[in-house]
Design a protein around this ligand. Structure first.
Ligand SMILES: Nc1ncnc2c1ncn2[C@@H]1O[C@H](COP(=O)(O)OP(=O)(O)OP(=O)(O)O)[C@@H](O)[C@H]1O
Length: 254
């Protein structure tokens, strides 16, 4: 039996203590992400997207319900087990890249493997492979201050997948890129998804970015609002996404 890569059941997240006006940020959210899916989470500001990403990425705990990543229930794990789990099973790609400025592109990408104490020869093989996949082998010796925004985001993507995680998580990964670099990163993510079989879940407010995904989860007020599967061309899917956003009064132009 193939286990889903993400299994979220009846998850609630309450912020604040009980006697201090608790706020229900996630309200009985349940969904599955199967291996090989590329899923976007969309919703109005304050709907709980980042909260959902944080509890799935094990950076925050739930108040109720269960979350399994690749079959492992993350609720009962201690902090050191969680850190180990995160470093093996998850990859993160953020809007602001989070590259270390005093390390070269090669060293930034190698970091997750160095932290796992992998032999340097094997690190070299893996890093060079992923730099090639993302088309940035030519800038391996440059430093983050010497490369473009698009190259920084590719470096961040390479670092996020170099350890071959079960799940790649993105928080507005195209958010700080111009449209050309955003499209280029989305194509890279789609190719990692289709050719390397990496499962991806990303939060985005951008319908164009979401149209590269195979499924969209729309959340509102901490609840599942709607789900949209791509069964058609990217262009038609984009219009279908815009139709849902229009229900919230959030219309965008491509
Ligand atoms: N640490 C916290 N303590 C109390 N309330 C919080 C906390 N973090 C988030 N919230 C509240 O929970 C709700 C969901 O926040 P969250 O950041 O998940 O929304 P979001 O959908 O990611 O929003 P945005 O699109 O604006 O980033 C919001 O109403 C927010 O004010």
């Amino acid at each position: 039996m193939v286990l889903p890569v993400v299994d979220v059941r009846d998850v609630k997240k309450v912020y604040g203590k009980k006697n201090e006006h608790p706020f229900l940020a996630l309200d009985n959210i349940s969904f599955l992400i199967q291996k090989g899916e590329f899923v976007a989470v969309m919703g109005p500001s304050g709907s709980g997207k980042t909260t959902l990403l944080n509890v799935i990425s094990t950076l925050d705990s739930t108040s109720q319900g269960s979350i399994k990543i690749n079959g492992t229930d993350i609720a009962g794990m201690k902090e050191d087990q969680l850190a180990d789990f995160r470093s093996r099973e998850l990859g993160f790609i953020f809007q602001d890249f989070n590259l270390l400025e005093n390390l070269s592109v090669y060293e930034n990408v190698a970091l997750p493997l160095s932290l796992q104490n992998m032999p340097s020869k094997e690190i070299g093989i893996r890093v060079n492979k992923v730099l090639g996949t993302l088309g940035i082998e030519g800038i391996a010796d440059k430093y983050p201050t010497e490369i473009s925004g698009g190259q920084k985001q590719r470096t961040a993507a390479a670092r996020a997948v170099v350890h071959e995680p079960a799940l790649l998580l993105g928080d507005e990964p195209t958010g700080s890129l111009d449209s050309k670099n955003a499209m280029s990163l989305l194509k890279v993510m789609k190719s990692l998804n289709e050719n390397q079989g990496i499962s991806i879940m990303m939060v985005t407010h951008d319908a164009f970015s979401a149209s590269y995904c195979s499924r969209i989860l729309f959340i509102q007020d901490g609840r599942m609002y709607k789900e949209l599967r791509r069964t058609t061309t990217r262009e038609i899917f984009y219009r279908q996404i815009l139709d849902v956003l229009a229900e919230w009064g959030t219309v965008q132009d491509e």
